[in-house]
Write a protein that binds this ligand. Structure first.
Ligand code: C5P
Length: 286
């Protein structure tokens, strides 16, 4: 039986800035993105069943109609003419769901990369990212991965020098945040601070991990409801007190990450946080 497994890496935002609302209702963003070693497994296989089928190990995820992995597959089929009949997509989830770490978008991107190989379509990564833009704003970046600058809705991408090797602790608080709601909150305030994106780009050029880490910044932290912001701050402080070079919330949250140059310190913080927050992971940059 033909089968193909692809890793779908989680992402973090080293910076996240919202520049303004667009006429189409989306927002112009400026984000430095980084993929990390925490990954879902996406498996494509021949099923012998009718149509496109989707199976996951998390019962509450959307099925083949609404799951972003299946939506990506249909977008690929429209673009390539590929026939999805008899194809099964299996998602083995490890990335937290609704967490600001692009779990769904990454699954969608992995499906695009996988189907490109499955059907020997020969599409470039840039073309796959264009298809991904129809599926979700973070999908184009997830097609590319590694360290990148994402602008526009998230579809204007530029590869950046890789983040120097480091250890990244991810910790998801026990609440979820609705992305459209946080964008509405952003529209309702005048943001007081913005990330030093130029400084981060220079630090990446210089291979300066500490320089990147002390400039981590996400404008969405400012508009979190107060009780949730307090949890995010507490997790950040726990990481910083125990040796993180920097700590920040990723995406629209609520996952908080800390960057460490010392593996033992990262492991100790991860062990401590996991006692309160089960979805805590020690990862590396990819
Ligand atoms: O594109 P995607 O479906 O991932 O976006 C989810 C939601 O996030 C959108 O409905 C929109 O409210 C918000 N969004 C935005 N501007 C972006 C990306 C997302 O307003 N650039």
């Amino acid at each position: 039986m033909k089968e193909l497994a692809i890793s779908a890496y989680a992402k973090i935002n080293l910076t996240l800035d919202v520049l303004g609302r667009r006429p189409d209702g989306y927002h112009d963003l400026c984000m430095v993105m980084q993929s990390v070693s925490l990954a879902d497994e996406v498996i494509l296989r021949e099923s012998g069943a009718e149509g496109l089928t989707l199976k996951t190990d998390l019962g509450f995820l959307p099925g083949a109609e609404k799951n972003i992995a299946a939506i990506a597959a249909r977008a690929f089929a429209r673009s390539s003419g590929a026939d999805l009949n008899g194809l099964e997509i299996e998602l083995r989830k490890h990335i937290p769901v609704c967490a600001g770490t692009a779990g769904g978008s990454s699954d969608g991107a992995a499906v695009l990369r996988g189907l490109n190989r499955w059907f020997s379509a020969g599409f470039s990564l840039e073309h796959l990212a264009e298809i991904g833009a129809e599926v979700g704003s973070d999908v184009p970046y997830c097609v590319l991965g590694c360290t990148a600058l994402a602008e526009g809705r998230g579809e204007k991408l530029k590869r950046l020098p890789a983040l120097p090797p480091c250890f990244i602790v991810l910790c998801k608080p026990n609440f979820s945040v609705a992305t459209p709601e946080l964008f509405r909150r952003i529209d309702a305030v005048k943001l007081r601070f913005h990330p030093d994106t130029e400084g981060v780009l220079e630090a990446l050029d210089d291979g300066d991990l500490a320089g990147v880490s002390r400039r981590l910044f996400n404008v969405f932290e400012e508009v979190l409801p107060a009780s949730r912001r307090a949890v995010v701050e507490e997790i950040k402080n726990t990481m910083l007190d125990q040796g993180a070079l920097g700590a920040c919330m990723s995406g629209t949250g609520p996952t908080v990450f800390g960057i460490f140059d010392d593996e033992a310190a990262a492991e100790a913080v991860a062990d401590q946080l996991r006692r309160t927050y089960a979805e805590t992971f020690l990862t590396r940059s990819v």
